[in-house]
Ligand binder design. Structure first.
Ligand SMILES: Cc1cc2nc3c(=O)[nH]c(=O)nc-3n(C[C@H](O)[C@H](O)[C@H](O)COP(=O)(O)OP(=O)(O)OC[C@H]3O[C@@H](n4cnc5c(N)ncnc54)[C@H](O)[C@@H]3O)c2cc1C
Length: 535
């Protein structure tokens, strides 16, 4: 029996109307990436009145540009950081359980090659990964196993076979980061929060020697709001220092941005349902090849940057590095013309107290700082641990007397909006894109016109309408980059859908929506995600 559709999701207009009549919030969260959204959800679920404002779209910053791994971090284990890995492995399990439609276990292969007849790599990696599995205890996702050469090639037919000794198989998770962010936003709204994209925090309101609120601008209309809050949380990722400096102009920077690039190629270049981890690249890092939504993501890099553009672009050396290093482990080399989309993200790495420029060695752990005026800044960490980070932000607010004490742990088993009932089979997110909606969400989609009209494979007119009505999408880019992931999968094909998506959005959002401008902006962006062969 098809479940009856739930009531319509709150529109942006209704959320803004609530904001206009609001009094003092318990929490105002600035920044709608993993960190801010996780914090807003935790706060709302504990019954705090909560507002979140995001200057762009949810996950427009770093949170849509991850490698898509839900992981403990094998390489942090190699650095001896056991407590970080243990916490992340625990969070990995909670994340997979609470959103099985957006996050799932995935097998990983670590191929081992013999040099001059020596096959030491296999036992070396095997022991490390067995420790990794042991640290997850009863929350392990699968068994570590040793595959001989033949079984390794059967599991990953695209592997370079010359001198291949075999592979170790271990388990981690993968997810759809931007859709996860949208699900967090919607779940927070469901828990009573006001969550708004395209609203920028322009200034801090100071009163009685402390931060008392935020001046916000609705970027769609230019309307300005003065909003008061007991706690203001600065969760602006690599942009965290800009807001900190509105509070304390002389504050030393917290973040050292580091760029990571990913290239996406067709699945036939690595036709495997397992991911591959290349354990040692020329720069001593690891490189992943991850099957995702019908394509393969290759990455990443770790390049220090001094600027923090909203749309960072890969450097030519980073592209060459990934093509060379991934190509070394594939049966056929890769070239620029194999790349369907190339994107870069900036890691908000927490600066070491005393200098040091090598970002590979800077902590991946997060930092929560409460300024003398009460501004709470949080940065660092990773997607996998967003829930634990949110708890530590609220802990800091409570221990500084900014909020009354309320027990933690309410989000441990809080399922995100759209999660199917336990036990329901879900479509694998390694497979090509489709609606990936279940239960009441699928019923909602079924009420919308245009289910049969496909704009791209697996992507219909009805899904654009769903994004506008239920997922707070406001532009062609919101739909084609973060509600569907076509920009990240195949930039040229995504651009082909810009005009029809614009026309459908105009129908949904009304006459004030400028379809031609939105489609034009997206087309230019998609052009930048393409990697053209060198002349
Ligand atoms: C290349 C790469 C690969 C990664 N891979 C993984 C992975 O596989 N697994 C994993 O667990 N983690 C991974 N991470 C880490 C993870 O993606 C980040 O830790 C996480 O996304 C950071 O989220 P955030 O919310 O802190 O920052 P962001 O996502 O950048 O969010 C900050 C937001 O604040 C907004 N903002 C800024 N100023 C204002 C303002 N004045 N008013 C309102 N809003 C504002 C921005 O628009 C932005 O959306 C990866 C990171 C990178 C760079």
């Amino acid at each position: 029996m098809t479940p009856s559709p739930p009531p319509p999701s709150p529109s942006r207009e209704s959320l803004l109307a609530r904001l206009r009549s609001a009094d003092v919030f318990d929490l105002i969260v600035v920044g709608g990436g993993a960190t801010g959204l996780g914090t807003a959800l935790d706060a709302a679920a504990r019954g705090f009145s909560t507002l979140l404002v995001e200057a762009e779209d949810f996950a427009k910053g770093t949170s849509s540009r991850a490698t898509k791994l839900v992981h403990g971090g094998v390489r942090y284990l190699a650095q001896g950081n056991v407590s970080l890995v243990r916490e992340a492995l625990h969070e990995r399990k909670l994340l997979l359980d609470n959103a099985p439609h957006l996050a799932q276990p995935l097998p990983f292969l670590v191929p081992a090659y013999g040099v001059a007849g020596r096959f030491w790599d296999l036992p070396f990696y095997g022991i490390g990964l067995a420790i990794y599995e042991a640290l997850s205890g009863s929350e392990r996702l699968g068994r570590v196993g040793l595959l001989g050469r033949k079984r390794a090639l059967a599991a990953a037919p695209g592997l370079e076979s010359k001198r291949l000794a075999g592979a170790i198989r271990y388990w981690d998770g993968q997810f759809d980061d931007a859709r996860f962010a949208v699900a967090l936003a919607r779940t927070a709204i469901d828990e009573g929060a006001i969550v708004l994209n395209y609203c920028r925090a322009r200034r801090l309101i100071m009163e009685g020697g402390g931060v008392a609120g935020v001046g916000i601008e609705d970027r769609e209309t230019g309307e300005c709001f003065e909003v008061r809050g007991r706690c203001v949380i600065n969760a602006t990722g690599v942009w965290v220092d800009a807001l900190r400096k509105l509070d304390e102009p002389a504050a030393a920077d917290l973040v050292a941005p580091s760029q990571g690039v990913h290239l996406v190629v067709d699945r036939d270049r690595f036709p495997s349902s397992s991911a591959m981890l290349v354990p040692k690249t020329a720069d001593g890092r690891v490189l992943f090849a991850v099957p995702w939504l019908g394509k393969v993501i290759l990455g990443t890099t770790d390049t220090p940057r001094h600027d923090t553009p909203l749309e960072p672009r890969p450097f030519a050396e980073e592209i060459d590095f990934i093509l060379t290093e991934a190509g070394r482990r594939l049966a056929a080399p890769l070239t620029r013309s194999d790349v369907r989309s190339a994107w870069a993200g900036l890691r908000p790495l927490v600066k070491p107290a005393a200098g040091g420029r090598d970002t590979k060695r800077i902590s991946r752990e997060h930092t929560v700082e409460v300024s003398p005026h009460g501004l709470v800044s949080v940065t660092g960490g990773k997607w996998t641990t967003y829930r634990a980070m949110a708890e530590s932000v609220l802990d800091a607010c409570m221990s500084h007397g900014l909020l009354p004490n309320r027990p933690a742990g309410v989000t441990r088993h809080l399922r995100l909006i759209g999660a199917p009932p336990r036990g329901t089979a879900t479509v694998s997110i390694t497979e090509p894109p489709g609606p990936h909606l279940y239960g009441t969400e699928a019923a909602l989609l079924a009420t919308l016109p245009g289910a049969e009209r496909m704009l791209l494979p697996g992507f219909s007119e009805a899904m654009v309408r769903f994004a506008a009505r239920h997922e707070l999408a406001r532009s062609v880019e919101d739909v084609l980059a973060r509600r569907s992931r076509w920009l990240f999968l195949d930039a040229r094909r995504a651009a082909d859908a810009a005009e029809p998506v614009g026309a459908i959005l105009r129908d949904e959002l009304g006459e004030r929506f400028d379809a031609a401008a939105s489609a034009g902006e997206f087309t230019r962006l998609a052009e930048a995600y393409r990697i053209l062969p060198l002349p």
